[in-house]
Design a protein around this ligand. Structure first.
Ligand code: FAD
Length: 478
């Protein structure tokens, strides 16, 4: 059996960031993921904000890593062609009491090293954020806040890690782990793996994985966030990310700009027991609408085209990132709640240092392929340039998803880059994510997926085994 230097459990943003960082070194690395594709855990259902670091306690690890991650993501985005956009954020106050709180947040954020913060007045708000509630009196402006597509970030990190030698084993659920002499034996649904160092980046299930090695001093308590996506025609609803003052457990309900153009409102924050509870509710919608309209009164619920819930994998107030002396070689990377997406590049660097401090020799590879071509999305390029693309390849003119303007060529590209499920294609391209929810394009996408992968139509799934779409013969006409 092959002995890996490092095995990472979990191909979310944390696991793939770590995998890519470690792929710079001469190491045998396996990334184990229970789902059919990466990014099917918490990393698929979040707000996609690259936070500047404004709403974190001064001495927190998450605060420090958030500021560092916000800085690092710029270089990674250039290298991997990610769609990071620095749009800036406003936290707004509605009275003197709240303005005092804004000043406190500014001071704390400055201690953490958040750059460029400014308190702006009513006139500034009116000029720069015309749809904002006119009762807002001040804003804390953080120019370094940005947005990114969270799943496309995971896919690009994963692809680049593989390009640099990492093995990704999907549909590989870790069932049990034992520590032998100088290595771990990992029993999975796809067989045994042996590794010298083990990184637990299993998101909501990080406590279960840690418990397999007898370390059970933390519990993941899921905190649900319901989010509501608005029609793309509302793209200019807000010019910045807009926040209210944060509460003790969350950053509040926000007006979110997204990398795909559709604005979003949410998330709620509610502790739940069930790690699979991804239900949205009327109650959640009511709370989100009420809070979002306090920021932008013109929000119309008729513009909501889709919704989802995500579970923040909280384990207390802060991230837990540490080497476990009781199980030498195990690094727990747990409790990666918000701002985990932002912090991920910094988490990866910290984990690399922890590994090195605990005996893993790190020798740089002669050739690390840092760069990757930018994926083409018709929705993200000016219409004037589409003609040139169609000239190059007519499949760019063959529009499969009309709501989001996704071509057959983009769908084939997504499959070439690893998509194997309908959700995998949706997350990579946005096909099926528009107002009609795939009513027009689902069958066409299934046919393309089947042609490209030779997966029979009846075995095509929404998001892995058990979510097959067709029953019986699977005949699709047209
Ligand atoms: C509503 C909401 C909004 C958020 N907004 C933001 C934001 O705007 N900005 C920000 O910075 N952060 C945000 N976050 C936080 C961010 O989404 C998380 O911190 C991040 O996605 C956690 O990533 P992860 O890789 O640790 O976990 P996951 O993405 O869950 O990855 C863990 C992986 O481990 C796999 N796994 C679990 N158990 C096993 C097993 N036994 N065997 C094999 N594989 C296993 C899972 O399938 C999963 O793919 C938000 C979170 C939520 C819920």
């Amino acid at each position: 059996m092959k002995l890996y230097d490092v095995a990472i459990i979990g191909a979310g943003i944390t696991g793939t960031s770590i995998a890519r960082e470690l792929s710079r070194y001469r190491l045998n690395i396996a990334l184990l993921e229970k789902e059919e594709e990466p990014a099917f855990g918490v990393s698929k259902s979040n707000s996609g904000i690259i936070h500047p670091g404004t709403q974190n306690p001064v001495n927190s690890l998450k605060g420090k890593l958030c500021v560092q991650g916000n800085f690092l993501i710029r270089k990674i985005s250039k290298e991997l062609g990610l769609d990071f956009k620095e749009v800036g954020e406003l936290i707004v106050s509605f009275n003197e009491e709240e303005t005092k709180e804004l000043l406190r947040l500014k001071e704390e954020a400055e201690i953490l090293g958040v750059p460029g913060l400014e308190i702006v007045d009513k006139a500034w708000l009116k000029q720069h954020e015309p749809n904002l509630n006119s009762e807002a009196v001040r804003g804390l402006y953080a120019p370094t806040a940005g947005i990114i597509s969270p799943y496309r970030m995971v896919y690009d990190l994963a692809e680049n890690a593989v390009r640099n030698g990492v093995e990704i084993h999907a549909q590989t659920k870790v069932i049990n782990i034992t520590r032998a002499d100088k290595y771990f034996e990992i029993n999975t649904s796809a067989g045994m793996f042996k590794t010298r160092y083990l990184i637990n980046a299993a998101g909501l299930f990080a406590d279960d994985i840690s418990g397999m090695l007898g370390i059970d001093d933390f519990k993941i308590k899921p905190r649900k966030g319901e989010e509501f996506i608005l029609d793309k025609k509302k793209e200019n609803l807000a010019r910045h990310l807009i926040f209210p003052l944060p509460s003790k457990i969350s950053k509040g309900v926000l007006i979110i700009k997204t990398a795909d153009g559709n604005p979003m409102i949410g998330p709620t924050a509610e502790e739940v027991e069930d790690k699979d509870d991804l239900a949205t509710s009327d109650n959640g919608l009511g709370k989100v609408l009420m809070s979002a309209r306090r920021l932008i009164p013109a929000i119309d619920d008729k513009d909501i085209i889709a919704y989802f819930a995500g579970l923040r994998p909280a384990a207390g107030d802060d991230f837990i990132i540490r080497h476990e002396v009781k199980a030498p070689g195990l690094i727990n990377v747990a409790g990666i709640q918000s701002p985990g997406l932002t912090a991920s590049p910094a988490i990866a660097l910290l984990v690399k240092d922890i590994l090195q401090n605990n005996g893993l020799g790190l020798k740089k590879k002669l050739l690390f392929r840092a760069h990757q071509g930018k994926t083409i999305h018709l929705f993200a390029i000016p219409f004037s340039k589409t003609k040139g693309l169609i000239k190059k390849d007519r499949a760019y003119g063959d529009i499969v998803c009309r709501c989001e303007m996704v071509s057959a060529r983009e769908i084939r590209d997504a499959i070439k880059h690893g998509a194997r499920t309908m959700d995998g294609i949706k997350f990579r391209t946005r096909a099926q994510a528009g107002r009609c929810h795939g009513s027009f394009c689902t069958t066409r996408i299934m046919k393309i997926l089947s042609e490209e992968t030779k997966i029979p139509l009846t075995s095509i799934t929404k998001r892995g085994k058990g979510s097959e779409i067709l029953k019986g013969g699977g005949l699709i006409d047209g």
